[in-house]
Design a binder for this molecule. Structure first.
Ligand code: ADP
Length: 253
């Protein structure tokens, strides 16, 4: 079922680095088509958990299933064609044009003509005219959009975003988040967004998971979190945007 939104399951996934337990026996199911935010303070294990999906991290124990199949079955490159991965300061090849950078993703999938590159630029709202430029000639936000186009180029339906908007100014960050949500809905993706920004998680996701010391300590919808549910750890994070919203409202009162 390559065209359906992929589902994920984590079965007691653990990752230890020496004495540090980065991920601690996480069991979790993520339905195909959902947009899940993984939130938590720095060092809580978000990125490590995310990377067990595309095998950038190998669990010390437990396993990850993608559409019911253990991700360690089969070669990693085949898995990574199905799993788009975008991280902060996405590494575009500096001496290759934008078109060439995107075409790498297409060539991996055995395609790669000009029309495909154009369509991918359209997808992320970039003008086709930038195809011949080098990455240096683009803004940070434009480069991240190219990274998203490249990640989706092989036809990936699972999108992993690891603080992908982290280095961007707030206006660009907000616009790109909204665009990603639109793409998620239109292409029928399953998306996992790692962020330390609870406001971003609440505004973009269908489901928010809070991580602390390698464990999932809250699992709730944005509406439930805003209504005060999800427990103390989640509410400590929700309190930040809530207090900001209150202070802004007080300015106009
Ligand atoms: P987050 O994404 O929430 O900031 P990480 O998953 O990056 O957290 O890290 C979780 C914990 O694992 C931290 O204590 C971090 O220092 C540790 N860690 C992550 N990667 C490594 C690594 N390659 N080697 C050793 N420790 C690591």
């Amino acid at each position: 079922m390559p065209d359906q939104s992929p589902a994920l399951a984590f079965e007691r996934v653990t990752k230890a680095y020496g004495a540090t337990i980065a991920v601690d026996a996480v069991s979790l199911e993520i339905a195909g088509g959902s947009f899940v935010a993984l939130v938590g303070t720095s060092g809580s294990g978000k990125s490590t958990l995310l990377k067990t999906i595309n095998r950038l991290v190998e669990p010390s124990d437990g396993r990850v299933l993608l559409d019911g199949t253990d991700v360690t079955h089969g070669p990693a490159p085949a898995l990574r064609r199905r799993v788009g991965y975008v991280f902060q300061n996405i590494g575009l090849f500096p001496h290759m044009t934008i078109a060439e950078n995107i075409a790498i993703g297409l060539r991996i999938a055995g395609r790669g003509d000009e029309a495909d590159v154009g369509a991918l630029l359209d997808l992320v709202d970039l003008p086709r005219g930038i195809a011949g430029r080098l990455p240096d000639a683009l803004s940070g936000g434009q480069r991240q959009r190219v990274g998203i186009a490249r990640a989706l180029a092989p036809g990936a339906k699972l999108l992993l975003l690891d603080e992908a908007f982290g280095a961007l100014d707030p206006v660009t960050r907000d616009a790109l988040g909204t665009r990603i949500r639109e793409l998620h809905d239109r292409l029928g993706l399953t998306t996992i967004l790692v962020t330390h920004d609870m406001a971003e998680a609440l505004l973009l996701a269908d489901r928010v998971l809070v991580m602390k010391a390698g464990r999932i300590v809250a699992d709730a919808t944005p509406a439930a979190l805003v209504a005060g549910e999800g427990g103390d750890d989640a509410q400590a994070l929700v309190q930040v945007p809530r207090a900001q919203a209150d202070r802004l409202r007080a300015l106009v009162a």
